[in-house]
Design a protein around this ligand. Structure first.
Ligand code: THU
Length: 138
């Protein structure tokens, strides 16, 4: 199995940038692109609550806006501010966003508590029978 500790370390760094004055639940994500580049994201909350965006989508949208379209894996780590990290699984919206840009059977999702302690899934496992770009091809 591949050593993902480098990507999980990036997610831990990304978590430091999270803006979470309401939930105090900090999440970091690090997205590995096909060309080896890594994009980080931390969740960003809002006083109006619903505009809040998850760490995963911050990382993915940054990459997409830099022209990246091939994605290999994303590492996610989250937990309460000042507390222990838990296994923080991506929400349904983020899984669907991943689906837009990832090959479901190949894309890896690493849900980490530390660089050594993590669970590894494919997107296919976390979002089976999904709806994607191919559904809209004529
Ligand atoms: N959150 C993420 O950033 N990613 C996840 O995978 C789950 C939840 C954020 C959204 C919100 O800022 C906070 O965690 C509590 O829901």
């Amino acid at each position: 199995m591949r050593d993902w500790s480098f990507l999980i370390r990036e997610a831990l760094k990304a978590r430091e940038a999270a803006y979470t004055p309401y939930s105090h639940f900090k999440v970091g994500a690090a997205l590995l692109c096909g060309d080896g580049t890594i994009y980080r994201g931390g969740n960003i909350e809002n006083a109006s609550y619903t505009p809040t965006i998850c760490a995963e989508r911050v990382a993915i949208f940054q990459a997409v806006n830099q022209g990246k379209r091939e994605f290999e894996a994303i590492a996610v780590c989250g937990g309460p501010e000042g507390g222990e990290l838990q296994y923080c699984a991506p929400c349904g919206v983020c899984r669907q966003v991943m689906r837009e840009f990832a090959v479901p059977k190949q894309f890896r999702i690493l849900i980490a508590r530390s660089p050594e302690e993590f669970k590894e899934y494919t997107l296919e496992e976390l979002l089976p029978e999904s709806f994607g770009p191919d559904n809209l091809k004529q």
